[in-house]
Write a protein that binds this ligand. Sequence first.
Ligand SMILES: NC(=O)c1ccc[n+]([C@@H]2O[C@H](COP(=O)([O-])OP(=O)(O)OC[C@H]3O[C@@H](n4cnc5c(N)ncnc54)[C@H](OP(=O)(O)O)[C@@H]3O)[C@@H](O)[C@H]2O)c1
Length: 288
Amino acid sequence: MPNIDKSESYKLGSYTVNRLGYGAMQLAGPGVFGPPKDRGAALTILREAVSNEVNHIDTSDFYGPHITNQLIREALHPFPDDLAIVTKVGARRGEDGSWIAAFSPTELTQAVHDNLRNLGLDVLDVVNLRCMFDVHQPAEGSIEAQLSALAELQQQGLVRHIGLSNVTRAQIEAARSICEIVCVQNNYNLAHRHDDALIDELAHKGIAYVPFFPLGGFSPLQSSTLSNVACRLGVTPMQVALSWLLHRSPNILLIPGTSSVTHLRENLAAARLALSPESLSELDGIAS
Ligand SMILES: NC(=O)c1ccc[n+]([C@@H]2O[C@H](COP(=O)([O-])OP(=O)(O)OC[C@H]3O[C@@H](n4cnc5c(N)ncnc54)[C@H](OP(=O)(O)O)[C@@H]3O)[C@@H](O)[C@H]2O)c1
């Protein structure tokens, strides 16, 4: 498998990470709930990612719950010094697998301790506050109390860096008056481009933007334009979708999720794919 082009990196707090990382959400069972069908395969994917220079893994203790973090610990602990494990707090799972807000300062503090225990860490590299005013999309609401609780845990030395997820521009600005924000993780891809202006603003400020659902998430991207460009280049549509994101802005860090080693390899190889200005403008047309 080709290694990731090392020149393609960006800062994530005190870390410098390769722009192609890995999202671990797909490692849990169906619906991100319960254990994986094949635990050995899940461990292999994590080891394969890191041995191919992935040094940015996205997770949460509410994936499984607990299971994804436990897999990461089993596969990779003790963690390489340059590996940034980014987790998120703000939700919990119901007994039926539902996603429930767990957004009070007490619940956030508990979640940080759960992540520390399940990952086997004394300090979490990056913790994203996952906003839950609307589960599916950013919605306005004060995050002052929540962020102050995380900033307090940061001062105690339990959290190295803080980021935000599922947030509006106003929430990012309010947050930056409380503590340093190193990354923003919102839903964004070739076909879902609500954050276009925000990405450019964050790039200007040197803040990483980490799109979740880079491949469309639970409804993978489908477009004849995407397929045509991929066919012309002799690559897969998912590789083109990832490459388009890498071309979109230098502050975009990718965390495509997969439970397949074949897909992992395919996704990592997208770091080497160059798209011509003509292909990029064709792909830009998908969202309009
Ligand atoms: N902050 C948040 O609220 C939030 C929300 C959702 C996700 N996330 C994070 O973002 C990461 C990425 O999101 P995601 O995993 O939900 O969605 P995604 O990366 O957009 O897509 C994952 C889906 O695409 C498939 N896939 C991956 N690579 C493929 C390939 N090369 N060819 C064909 N299919 C491929 C996967 O199936 P296979 O398993 O079969 O490959 C899976 O069904 C997650 O892992 C998680 O860490 C964060």
